[in-house]
Design a protein around this ligand. Structure first.
Ligand code: HEM
Length: 445
């Protein structure tokens, strides 16, 4: 990548070693564009400045925004000494013991500890849970009647992650099913908004979040105490058991409060993202009868390749998490010909990468065949981010989408029509179909 491909030819600040071109608008206007009209703002700024430029926005301050594949590769392959965790991050919401809040050695150790729970045999073990939860949720779906599939998908993915984390479906999980959805809704909106200095700990949305958090911790402490008393803890495969065993091996390891932060992280990060991607899948299939027919045929012949390709294409064409962040933590960081100073935020805009016509011809088209027989990867396909902080649940999410889609297609016929595409709705972190992914289904006989 050379600067000639990304720089504004009118801007003289593109010489080697200088900052990327800044967006020349008042900070407030940039902030409103970034927070509420991000897609449109980014498109305008890319057109004007190229695929690397600098914005100045609330919370992140001066931030370099990148969507050029070669520059994105540099961000993803940088060492954690050069680019560390973005500030602020979701650790503000989930607590300092959350993967989102950890950095450097502690981050690496926690990932090493959790990884086995999200790969290999563990994933195989979860397939039955995912299928059961899909069948349970879909048992009462209406026929011949339009309904939003987003909420049912949220319930499936929440139940799956709760059972994966805690093992048995204990009574306490019922309480978590009640409190997590409203907590998610509010938490996404407030994740980066600090409580005012005058806050006494009770009022406003921060007070509500605090109440939720206390209830969550109370339930999790009960489940921890029960698991610790379980003589079969050593053989258990749930994530709580993983974390507890690590604490027993090394008393300085995972503390009970860290366990609460991490479990909250996994419950929240691990369900709504996948549910949104699934809702988008049904939203797309309703409008693409050709793809749907081939998927059903493939399923009846026990195939999987097109279903996998469809999932990858949904995650590209409707990118659920559109941006990831890092922070320069060395005296400077060289990004292509640009030199980014210490403490500056670097934001990778995955949605713009996925909509680049030089990488994906006709990027607006839903075309799963692009990925048939190939495995899309960084830096051109970045639905799960990349590098040391790449989504730890990526394989889990793909396996879950695969089993849910397979189970629904096995049991239902999706009615197709020429309904207008649903617009995207930003919930604070995830992008979902604005009308909830409306579908009309019939049972397959
Ligand atoms: C379609 C579903 C999902 C999408 C699109 C998604 C996307 C992402 C993205 C973009 C990141 C940031 C990566 C980066 O900074 O490079 C991330 C991080 C993370 N995700 Fe996911 N995710 C999904 C599902 C899941 C699931 C199922 C889990 C857990 C069960 C999970 C847990 C996490 C965690 C813990 C992190 C923080 C990783 C770290 O900082 O080391 N995600 N995810």
């Amino acid at each position: 990548m050379t600067n000639s491909a990304v720089a504004n030819p009118c801007d003289t600040s593109t010489a080697n070693g200088l900052n990327p071109p800044p967006v020349r608008l008042p900070k407030l206007v940039q902030g409103v564009g970034f927070a509420f009209f991000r897609r449109r703002a980014m498109r305008n700024w890319i057109k004007r400045y190229g695929r690397i430029f600098e914005i100045n926005v609330p919370f992140f301050g001066r931030s370099v925004v990148v969507s050029d594949p070669a520059l994105v590769r540099s961000v993803c392959t940088a060492s954690t000494d050069q680019l560390s965790n973005v500030q602020p991050n979701l650790g503000n919401w989930f607590g300092p013991g959350s993967l989102f809040g950890l950095d450097h050695g502690r981050h690496r150790d926690r990932r090493r500890l959790l990884s086995p729970a999200f790969h290999g045999q563990s994933l195989k073990n979860y397939e039955k849970v995912i299928e059961d939860e899909t069948l349970r949720e879909s048992a009462n779906w209406p026929e011949d009647e339009e309904f939003r599939i987003l909420e049912p998908m949220n319930r499936i993915t929440l139940n799956v992650i709760l059972r994966t984390i805690f093992g048995a479906d204990e009574a306490e999980l019922e309480e978590l099913r009640e409190i997590v959805p409203p907590y998610m809704k509010l938490g996404q909106l407030m994740a980066f908004v600090p409580a005012p200095p005058s806050w006494t700990g009770r009022q406003g949305p921060w007070g509500e979040l605090d109440e939720f958090r206390k209830a969550f911790d109370r339930i999790v402490f009960t489940l921890i105490a029960r698991a610790e008393a379980d003589p079969g803890l050593g053989e258990r495969t749930d994530i709580l058991a993983f974390l507890l065993r690590s604490r027993h091996d090394d008393e300085t390891g995972t503390l009970a409060l860290d366990i609460c932060d991490e479990l909250l992280t996994l419950v929240c990060a691990g369900h709504e993202t996948t549910a949104s991607a699934l809702a988008w899948t049904f939203e797309r299939l309703r409008r693409h009868p050709d793809v749907l027919a081939k998927l059903v045929r493939e399923l009846d012949e026990d195939g999987t390749a097109l279903r996998r390709a469809t999932i990858m294409e949904v995650l590209r064409v409707r990118t659920v998490i559109d941006v990831l962040g890092r922070r320069v933590s060395s005296p400077s960081f060289d990004l292509g010909d640009w030199r980014i100073p210490d403490d500056r935020t670097v934001l990778v805009r995955m949605a713009d990468l996925h909509e680049n016509p030089e990488i994906y011809p006709h990027p607006e088209r839903f075309d799963p065949y692009r990925f048939l027989g190939t495995r899309p990867a960084a830096p051109t396909w970045l639905a799960f981010g990349g590098g040391a902080r790449r989504c730890i649940g990526a394989d889990f999410a793909i396996a879950e989408m695969d089993v849910v889609l397979r189970t629904v297609l096995q049991n239902f016929r999706i009615q197709t029509d020429a309904a207008a595409d649903e617009k995207s709705y930003f919930r604070g972190i995830a992008h979902t179909p604005k009308l909830g992914g409306r579908v009309v289904l019939n049972r397959r006989t």
